[in-house]
Design a protein around this ligand. Sequence first.
Ligand code: SF4
Length: 353
Amino acid sequence: MNSEAVNTKPNFYDLSLNQITDILVQLGHKKFRAEQLFKWVYEKQVVDPELMLNLSKDFRKNIPEIFDFSLPAVLKELISKDGTRKYLFDVGNGQSVETVLIPNKERNTLCVSSQVGCNMACKFCYTAKQKLKKRLSVSEIIGQYLGVKSHLPEDIQITNIVFMGMGEPLDNPDGVFGAVEILHNPLGINFSKRKITISTSGLVDRIPMITEAGVRLAVSLNGVNDKIRTELMPINKKWPLDELLNACKEHADRSKDKVTFEYILMRGLTDRLEDAVALKRITKSVPCKINIIPFNEHPESGYQRSKEGDIRAFQEKLISLGAHVLRRKTMGDDIYAACGQLNSVVSQQNSIQ
Ligand code: SF4
C-alpha cells in the first residue's frame, strides 16, 4: 500500500459502530465482523489483529490496511499530593490538551477536554487565554479516556466522565457527541450515560443536544444577574440568564434529571450574602443542585479567591434557603489541575520530558 493510501485510512476511534459496519460491508466483509472488531478494541482493549482469534486470518491481515489505530500520545503525567492526576496529550501540529483524573472517595472522575483553547472568553478562565486552536476529533476525545485508563494502576477505575476540561463542549458537538456514543455503546466501553456530564457556559440553542444524548447537564453560571454574568462570561450577551434558565428547566423536565449549576466564588464579586439569596431565587424553578467553587487563582487571573469565612457563610445561606448545595473541594491545585486552571501551552513549556 502506498503512503497516500495510508494517509486516507479512517481512524478507527473516530467511527461509530454503524460507520465501521458500513465501511466493512462496502469492502465485502460480513456485517458481524464490525461487532467482533469493535468488541476486541473497546471491550477487550486489544488492537493487535493477530490476537483477535475469532476473526478469520484473511480479515485479520486486512484490518491494518482498512483502519488507522493511532491515538494521541501522553506527553506528560503529573500526580498531585492529593492523588489528582493530570495528563498532557499530543493532538498534532505542536498542539496539546490536558485531561485530569480527580479521585474523591469511591469516585474517580475523568475531566476531558473538547478543544485546544476556547473562544468563549470567560474572564476567570485560564484556558480562555489560549484562543480556539482546534476542535478535537472523536478519536482525540476517546483517546483521552483510553490513554488515562492505560496509565492508571489496576485498582483505580474511571467511574465518571465530565466534559469540563479545556474548551466549550457545545462548540464541538460532532466530537463530543460522537465520543459519547462510543463511550456508551454496550458492545464496547459500556459507560453509563448517567455517569457522563457535559458542562456548558450557556450555548442555549444546543442544550437540547445534551437532553437528546441522554447525558447529564451542568451549567457554568457564576453570575446572578445579566450585568455581572455578561462581565464574567461574554456568551451571556447572546444568551441572557432568563433564556439560559428556561433551557435548563426544559432539560430538567424532559430528562427528569437535576441540572448542576456551577458557581465560582470570587472575592467581593460573586460571594456576598445577597448573591446567595439571588442565586436561590433565579434557580428556584429548575430542579437542580448548586456546586459552589472557590476561585482557583492562576497566573494573570486578576480575581481573588473568597475568604474562607465568606465561602462558609455563602454556603450556609444557600442551605438555609433550602438549596441543594455542595462545595467543590479544590483538587490538584499544586499541579494546576484545579477547575479553571487548565492551559496546555503553559504545561508544554513546563514539560520535563
Ligand atoms: S470556562 Fe469553559 S467555556 Fe469559558 S473560556 Fe474557559 S473553557 Fe471556555
